[in-house]
Design a protein around this ligand. Structure first.
Ligand code: ADP
Ligand code: MG
Length: 399
């Protein structure tokens, strides 16, 4: 640590967010060309920190803060592998099944069946996850594994070259059992890196060591990558990974559960709609919900779901919204109110306190009471159940 900019940065964070300061305290912080670099141990930590920074820092500051993965305290037998990404926590569906299955076979029988394994697809679909899962699986078997993005591989090569350690560099990679190179599209135009990789590739391949590559495009669509390297990449099995809607839905539900967020239809649907075909985007949306609550996904300025529910219920029972929110105790009004509270709880992610507030109640004990009572009624009385089912359908149509 040190450096004027870093100190300014840290004292700014201190005034803004002490919990963030705590996280930063454990990281290596450096300064280069006016930017601040935060070094985290592995790629999963990188994404986590980036998403925290996205939420907590303003745009202008964020532009000058870069999160990078570093080598600190690295175990050379599992170089670049994060324990976070496994086959077990990879959710499989139609669009990624083949990729998953080939990855598993590769992990189980490295160097024999599919060599090299070239995985490609758009960003955020799980390529890095699968590479890392292969890595973890092989590390557990006692194999020597190295994971690098092509960019990191290239930087390491350039630095080794500059410092006269290129032989050491070559030997390091020639000594692995499984070589995982991610984002190989970044080899584009890097002739020397391509040459080094080509030689390492051949060395490993001849010894039946496993090579796995991932990219955002098919090998033949790589730009400024030498033909001989492309033909090596195509020489084993090439698999595309995609994300279909059914799998996307499944992933949303599972990830909500993992973060212990209630899996309400409305939340699931708004994540489906506000995210593209990318698991990374889904995770981002869910993390934002976790930090800021489900309200963030709603377009600003529109009515809240609680208000919509109140309106539907009031008009169904033929009372005004003022009556619904007021203190009137007539049977019809109090029943409508209980039902509205119940539906708010059932159909939105709102907390009891939020519901109490929406009904202008000071504390939420009335809400708890009302919900319980409606639950009882619903169980016992078919007509109530019928009304509630009808209202639920109507309300869902309005979200
Ligand atoms: P890519 O390398 O294809 O851009 P990543 O592997 O980095 O995508 O995936 C982005 C995020 O989504 C990661 O946190 C990863 O764990 C998660 N992810 C992707 N696919 C799945 C899946 N099928 N099941 C569970 N998590 C997934
Ligand atoms: Mg990736």
């Amino acid at each position: 640590m040190g450096g004027a900019r870093i100190n300014t940065f840290l004292s700014y964070i201190k005034t803004k967010d002490r919990s963030l300061l705590k996280i930063l305290r454990h990281l290596k912080i450096t300064e280069k060309n006016g930017r601040i670099y935060l070094t985290v141990p592995d790629p999963s930590k990188k994404e986590e920190l980036e998403s925290i920074l996205r939420v907590k820092l303003g745009d202008r500051l964020r532009e000058n803060v870069v999160v990078v993965t570093g080598e600190s305290g690295e175990d050379l037998r599992r170089s670049g592998i994060s324990p976070r990404f496994t086959f077990e926590n990879f959710i499989v569906g139609e669009g990624n099944r083949l990729a998953y299955e080939v990855a598993r076979s590769v992990a189980e029988n490295p160097g024999s069946l599919y060599n090299p394994f070239f995985l490609y697809g758009k960003v955020g679909l799980g390529k890095t996850h699968l590479l890392q899962a292969i890595g973890n699986f092989c590390v557990a078997k006692g194999l020597r594994v190295a994971y690098r993005s092509a960019g990191e591989f290239s930087e390491e090569m350039v630095e080794s070259l500059r410092e006269g350690r290129i032989t050491e560099f070559r030997n390091r990679y020639r000594g692995v059992d499984v070589l995982l190179i991610d984002d190989v599209q970044f080899l584009s135009g890097k002739d020397r890196t391509q040459m080094e990789l080509f030689n390492i590739f051949n060395h490993l391949y001849m010894r039946e060591k496993q090579i796995v590559l991932a990219s955002d495009r098919h090998p033949r669509d790589l730009r400024d990558v030498s033909d001989r390297l492309v033909s090596r990449f195509e020489g084993g099995v090439v698999v595309e990974i995609t994300l279909d809607e059914v799998t996307k839905l499944e992933i949303i539900k599972r990830k909500l559960q993992e973060l212990r967020i209630a899996v309400h239809d409305r939340i699931v649907r708004s994540i489906m709609e506000t995210t593209g075909p990318s698991v990374r985007e889904i995770e981002g949306a869910i993390r934002t919900i976790k930090i800021r609550g489900p309200e963030v996904l709603r377009p600003r300025g529109s009515k809240t779901d609680l208000e919509r529910i109140q309106e539907v219920v009031a008009s169904y029972f033929g009372i005004t919204k003022e009556e619904l929110l007021g203190n009137g105790r007539s049977i019809r009004v109090s029943r409508s109110r209980r039902i509205a509270m119940y539906l708010c709880r059932r159909l939105t992610g709102a907390s009891l306190i939020e519901i109490a507030r929406a009904f202008q109640r000071k504390d939420h004990s009335t809400v708890i009471h009302s919900i319980r009572r409606v639950e009882e009624e619903r169980k016992k009385d078919r007509k109530t159940d019928y009304i509630l089912t009808f209202l639920e359908k109507q309300i869902r149509g309005k979200f």
